[in-house]
Design a protein around this ligand. Sequence first.
Ligand code: CA
Length: 490
Amino acid sequence: MYINYSRRDFLKTTALGVWAASTGGCLQPRKIAGKHPNLVFVFPDQMRGQAMGFLNEEPVITPNLDRFAQQALVLPQAVSNYPVCSPFRAMLMTGRYPHSNKVTSNCNSNSAPFNCELQETDRCWSDVLKDQGYSLGYIGKWHLDSPHRPFIKCRNNSDKLAWNEWCPPRRRHGFDFWYAYGTYDFHDRPMYWKTDAQRNGFHYVDQWGPIHEADQAIKYIKNEGGQFRQSGHPFALVVSMNPPHMPYKLVPQRYVDMYKDKTLDELCQRANIPAADTQLGKYYRNNIRYYFAMITGVDEQFGRIIDTLKEQGLDDNTIVIFTSDHGNCLGIHNEISKNNHYEESMRVPFMIRFPGKIPARRDDFLLSSPDIYPTLLDLMGLKREIPTLVEGNSYAQWFQTSRGDHPDSQLYMWCPVGKPEWGRRGLRTHRYTLMISKMPDKPEEILLHDNVDDHWQLKNIAEQQPQLVNQMTAELKALLRKNRDPWLES
Ligand code: CA
């Protein structure tokens, strides 16, 4: 159905025309997607998939996620295929793997000379929804722009290495409400650019980031004063919280206090945590209480957001997703953080609720990050709008029925900055994780883990299982060939 144009719509359409011209796209009449559902997409940063109370894998307190899991499709085997910030975010937004969307590393001043940022020409799912008449809001961390000189004067940016950058409106891919930043890790005094703020017009807030962002999300959902979105139009809102990202101790004491009855031993039940007298063992023990406390704080804010949907009578026609951009090892496997093939890094929470459309259940489905975009559009009744350049697959049918196409592996990748032909590639199946590392100055390294017999991934069985390594390497190469990954040539 096409709408009658008001002057306001005409002006917006004109702006859309400029966008369409600048991206080589065709200008289509704006449509109202009256029957299409709303979307609320919440993703904290660096929350490992194991860290949700109801899974009984970690002693973490998450009453809201536990309750939500009863109403949602829960995919405990979902991964971040390139488990670090910007590559995940670009796969999420474009539905394409890093070599196609150009975000082959984190966006910062080191990768900036390699054009490593979300491309204006990519057609994101948010661009598609905008053209369908959706209102779109983005709150929190974006991290898809290269910093350029003079760098924004703030923490996270030094003269030698800068992370944070303003996202100008032309690069927002349809989001018309903006309350966001690039990269800023100081959760107790976060900074934001509002929709109309210029590059030097950011502001600081004396409130814990997730609480403030939930406040903004609630206002957006309620559309307070009619100022946040177009009433009568469907909306899509992304809330991208920074915790449980480091620095871990920047968390309100009340969430830490919720763990005061738990001893350190009770918090450190994973059998692969390094010994207490090692450097990384100490690091884990110094931080895990705060990491869990942050997750509990995020859980509370997520609960506030979904309670608002219910209060507003919107929960029946709103798809809600809870996930994360990657996990976190916190010292496990000698890895201080993420960006590796281990379970603590790759596995992310993934829960989707769509009442009456997606039956609540738990499923070992092997979801990959680029699949989120086409699956979402398909679930929203917009399958025909999925751009042909999208490389992920729609698994809407599986989400709705547990029948139909489903993958039997997931890709893993990491590239050195500016050298996408090198680095690590891998394949994760229902049982195994294979990782092959190729670096210009080192011999090739192959790791194979049996995640069933060796749940904690403590043994490399590559030498004992040459046939399996060959078979999985062939499957890996077939996937990489589809993505035209230059690693195959190195
Ligand atoms: Ca991140």
